[in-house]
Design a protein. Sequence first.
Length: 299
Amino acid sequence: MLIALLVESATAFIPSSQVASLPTFYLKESMEMLAKDPNSELFSTDIEPLRIDVIGSLITAAPIDVLVNVILVWAKQHKSKMVCIANTHMLVDAHQKPSFGEVLKDSDIVTPNAMPLVWLLKRMGVKTQEIVTSLNLMQCLCQKASQQKVSIFFLGSQSLILQKMRHRLAQDFPELLIAGMEPLPIRPLTLDQRQKLIQRIKHSGAGLVMVAYSSPKQEYWMAEHKNQIEAVMIGVGGAFPAYAGLNSSVPTWMKEIGFEWIYRFFQEPTKFWKKHVKTTSIFIHLALNQIWNRYFELR
């Protein structure tokens, strides 16, 4: 909520017409049409979703139903694509570490998985922007993929978690085509192991690959295998254990009002203060600088 108040107070005197015309906000008629009609024939083309600069990283601005449809079109065509689900910590990392910044830049979709990002996008003119979490995106894709017969490969986490996931997936999405399920070891794979894994994914026929690794490991992993794996790779982080019922996820209503930090604090207070408080202060500083700089550019 603190970030929301700072963003609102810093931009309250900027006319909405100016906010919407900021230099990095590009209105594309095709994306507006897709937002109104997710089943538009435009999905048969290789259209790229609208992306907006937020503290140096390009965040994809689109409703989740649009994202799901775009991803499924790519999956059916077996395009090698990469989807990142970003929070403020990830964007600060990308700002501070050029190598990670390049990974996000090379991603095809970067969703806003934090309300501060949604608030900023709304101030930039994307009034209908919503939060897109890894768990929600994974479930929406499973639902639509089961209807459209797109198979999914679940990669990462642990065998026990994958077993529990398979059981719940069979209940929630009985028609879902599971191309494979494999855990990923903490240590890096050897070249031979990596090549064999790529071949297993390829021969599975998967159009989607859900990658559950810790961040930024999963983002680096997807970037390394882009153009090698002929499927849409999506970094879903802790979505596997959350879906399997082993880890509790942040309730959606808490994320939507910006109170996710309270939930995280009571779960891991020490880790929260070391990681999130420092990151949040840096993000606020960078976000306000971006807003002020844009305002003076428009004057």
